[in-house]
Write a protein that binds this ligand. Structure first.
Ligand code: NAD
Ligand code: UPG
Length: 463
């Protein structure tokens, strides 16, 4: 069977669709998920990445990171050959006429801005190999204006007689729920400059849109901004709850009861209102900083100065947790044994990018504590980033003999622990995610310190 590609030219001519082929450039958390989910929807997919080790893993059907439900999809679709991987841009250019760009846009080392060099490199490596008209669809989170810049780059790099379009299709998936968020998203947003590009994408996403998912079409700049605005709003909501937690600490209130009470107002809602150690990960922290930086470049930095406070409130959660640990150790953690439960930036993932848990663990180690970290999934990724921290294979190994326990990532496993069965030197836990059942722990003889809520349980003697 000759494969047919989902090109704008084909669709313009109303050519019937056979098995459309797509490539996904950048096969990290976002790209691997997108590629596997497109295969699940019935497309022939080729993933392209510059990292040969990652490509070798994926090509062998192995997911190089943890994401619930994704390993099964990768294994199944690589086995049938519907999902393949390469490091060769020429192969990708030949394979399809629709290319999704999913490479990273990390924070630059020298400023708060996003580093768009990987996106530019991805386009520059593919486009010269194109021999037919093609559509590049960006999914990476980028500063507004990037797509227009990439169009200019593509126009310049394209061989004569090859027309390359650029569209934007921001991604809203959450790690830990990436497969479900991709196959059943709240909405699909596409930014286009040409109705044909809209048609190509509408057709590609038909299996999803036909289930009732809103398909929202806008211009390039708006689509880029939708993504960063959504993340800025989510970050603001979390920091709002954490700012109120600071107030609760000062006044003796309980932020958990408070956010529950305000969340009942449907205009506010309960989601993303959990006060605690704050947000980390590969998205929210870098995205609010990149948005502030871009606003500055556009001369409207004042519009977003509040995001500086959102960031500052968030970073204070980490120092507040360290301070609580020091307080509970009688003024210094020097020589203290501290068990850290959690390393991932949130439960459900092994991702430790900008992990608040590891940041706290590292700060305590710097102050002279003997830190033992246990995470159900992220010990290995954490050890690669922070090799000098101690790691334990089990909760018991981390906690036994500890002077203090810190609960920093709210895995279900930790919530289900039997506090009576643990054997630390002192029964004190700092629940920086406000997620443990404090009453149950107190009943088992533990003193429980939350963030933004009163301490519960007995006060043990500090040796
Ligand atoms: N992780 C998420 O939950 C998520 C969700 C929505 C949006 N995003 C956005 O998606 C983008 C990717 O994020 P991620 O978390 O998947 O990052 P990641 O670091 O896990 O993956 C990026 C991948 O791109 C590859 N790469 C870099 N340069 C390349 C090039 N020139 N050609 C081909 N491959 C290249 C890297 O080797 C890596 O495998 C970012 O812009 C991010 O903000 C991420
Ligand atoms: O009430 C809350 C909710 C979350 N968090 C923390 O916020 C961070 C981010 O959580 P979440 O948003 O669930 O994780 P991500 O996978 O980073 O997803 C965000 O970033 C992605 C990349 O841009 C977007 O696609 C998603 O829509 C957006 O939710 C984590 O550290 C959480 O612990 C809180 O502290 N309190």
């Amino acid at each position: 069977m000759t494969h047919h590609s989902a090109t704008s030219a084909d669709l313009a001519a109303d050519t019937p669709r056979t098995t459309p082929r797509v490539t996904v450039i950048g096969t990290g958390y976002l790209g691997a998920t997108h590629a596997a989910c497109l295969a699940e929807l019935g497309y022939d997919v080729l993933g392209l990445d510059t990292d040969p080790a990652k490509v070798a893993d994926l090509a062998a059907g192995r997911l190089p990171f943890y994401e619930p439900g994704l390993a099964e999809l990768v294994e199944r679709h690589t086995a049938t050959g519907r999902l393949r991987f390469t490091t060769d841009p020429a192969e990708a250019a030949e394979f399809a006429d629709l290319h999704f760009v999913c490479v990273g846009t990390p924070q630059r080392r020298d400023s708060m801005a996003a580093d768009t060099s990987h996106v530019e490199a991805a386009v520059a490596s593919l486009v010269p190999h194109l021999r037919r008209d093609a559509l590049l669809v960006g999914k990476s989170t980028v500063p507004v204006g990037t797509a227009a810049g990439l169009q200019a780059l593509a126009d310049e790099a394209a061989p004569a007689d090859v027309r390359v379009g650029v569209a934007w299709n921001p991604e809203f998936l959450r790690e830990g729920r990436a497969v479900d968020d991709t196959l059943r998203p709240d909405r699909i947003v596409v930014g286009v400059t040409d109705p044909l590009h809209e048609k190509v994408l509408r057709e590609l996403y038909a299996p999803v849109v036909d289930t009732g998912v809103p398909f929202l079409v806008t211009d390039l700049a708006t689509s880029e901004l939708v993504k960063v605005a959504a993340n800025a709003f989510l970050a603001t909501k979390i920091s709002f709850a954490n700012a109120i937690a600071e107030l609760c600490d000062a006044a003796g209130g309980d932020v958990v009861a408070l956010t529950d009470a305000i969340g009942h107002d449907a205009r506010i809602g309960h989601q993303f209102l959990s006060a605690g150690l704050g947000f980390g990960g590969g998205c929210l922290p870098k995205d609010i900083r990149a948005l502030m930086a871009r606003a500055g470049e556009l001369g409207v930095d004042e519009a977003l100065t509040f995001l500086r406070e959102v960031d500052a409130v968030n970073m204070r959660r980490r120092s507040r947790t360290v301070a609580l640990a020091v307080e509970e150790c009688g003024g210094s953690v020097l020589g203290r044994r501290i068990a850290v439960l959690g390393a991932a930036f949130k439960p459900g993932t092994d991702d430790v990018r900008d992990s608040p848990a590891l940041n706290v663990a590292a700060q305590l180690q710097l102050q002279g504590a003997h830190v033992r970290v246990h995470d159900p999934r992220a010990n290995a990724t954490a050890a690669r980033t922070f090799p000098t921290l101690g790691y334990a294979d089990t909760v018991e190994e981390a906690v036994t003999g500890a002077d203090l326990v810190l609960h920093l990532t709210e895995w279900e496993e930790f919530r289900a622990l039997d506090p009576a069965a643990l054997e630390p030197a002192r029964r004190v836990v700092v629940d920086a995610r406000n997620a443990l059942d404090a009453r149950r722990w107190a009943d088992a003889g533990w003193r429980v310190r939350g963030l933004g809520r009163p301490a519960v349980g007995p006060v043990p003697v500090t040796p």
